[in-house]
Write a protein that binds this ligand. Structure first.
Ligand code: FES
Length: 264
């Protein structure tokens, strides 16, 4: 009885060791605890299109935005600007952060590069591998899951012919997962991060009350360069209001009985 269990445990141990396989110290970026094991985003390995020898800088227009962002922080707390600067770098670079882009941010805020890597690897909004021009993020947290987010993701992956975090051959789409995006009342929902127009035209839009059929329609509208209407996709709802109209608060609310304390 024990032998198969021991074999299985040894196999699992080998898999975990493989996941934690450390690259050479100068190549290592990131933590192995902040991402799920399945994403392969836990560490950085130099590659021809992502290594510290590739020069990277903000465009002239974005250098002005960098100055503006830094102006929000005291000069001795420049490091507080790490998230907006990484966000800007990601928008400029088509939706993902190279190690050179992170190094540039580190230089600007005058911290050791590891301080920037720590942030970029912790927050799932930062992508360290290529994404599609339209990066579709399916909310996978409980309310959206109960309302069918698994089916939404399956429909997207099947329609686009990719796995999660893969990019379609034409470079247009990728599908990722996010945790609760604060739109639970309109669950299930997806977000589309649009990197097709660089940082100047970047948008991050919510599409709510989606169905498997509706998300495919949204994808096809994006493919044609159209702008699907954002927000709820349920024509029976106004924003987050109940389907079919209000069921409570139908008249003018009565004022509180004792607003004028002297009269009470
Ligand atoms: S659970 Fe999906 S938006 Fe909150």
């Amino acid at each position: 009885m024990l032998a198969p269990a021991a074999r299985l445990a040894a196999k699992r141990l080998l898999e975990v060791r493989h996941i934690f396989r450390r690259p050479l110290p100068h190549q290592a970026v990131g933590s192995s605890t902040s991402r799920s094991f399945s994403t392969a985003l836990n560490y950085h390995l130099d590659s021809p299109d992502n290594n510290p020898n590739i020069p990277w800088d903000f465009t002239d227009a974005n250098k002005e935005r960098v100055k503006e962002i830094l102006s929000h922080y005291p000069s001795n707390y420049k490091q507080s600007a790490v998230i907006p600067l990484l966000d800007l770098a990601q928008q400029q670079h088509g939706g993902w952060l190279t190690v050179s882009a992170m190094n540039t941010v580190a230089k600007i805020i005058e911290v050791a590069p590891i301080r920037v890597y720590e942030v970029a690897t912790f927050y799932s909004m930062f992508n360290r591998t290529k994404v599609g021009k339209y990066h579709l993020l399916v909310c996978g947290t409980t309310p959206c899951m109960i309302r069918g987010s698994r089916e939404i993701e399956e429909a997207l992956l099947k329609h686009l012919g990719v796995k999660r975090n893969e990019v379609t051959k034409d470079g247009l789409f990728s599908v990722g997962e996010m945790e609760c995006m604060g739109s639970c009342v309109n669950a299930p929902m997806i977000t589309v991060a649009d990197y097709s127009k660089s940082s100047e035209g970047y948008t991050y839009n919510y599409y709510e009350d989606v169905t498997p059929k509706r998300v495919i329609e949204i994808v096809e509208m994006l493919r044609k360069g159209e702008a699907p209407p954002v927000g709820t996709q349920n024509p029976q709802r106004i924003m987050s209001g109940p389907e079919g109209g209000n069921t409570t608060l139908l008249g003018e609310p009565k004022p509180p009985p004792c607003r004028d304390l002297d009269a009470c």
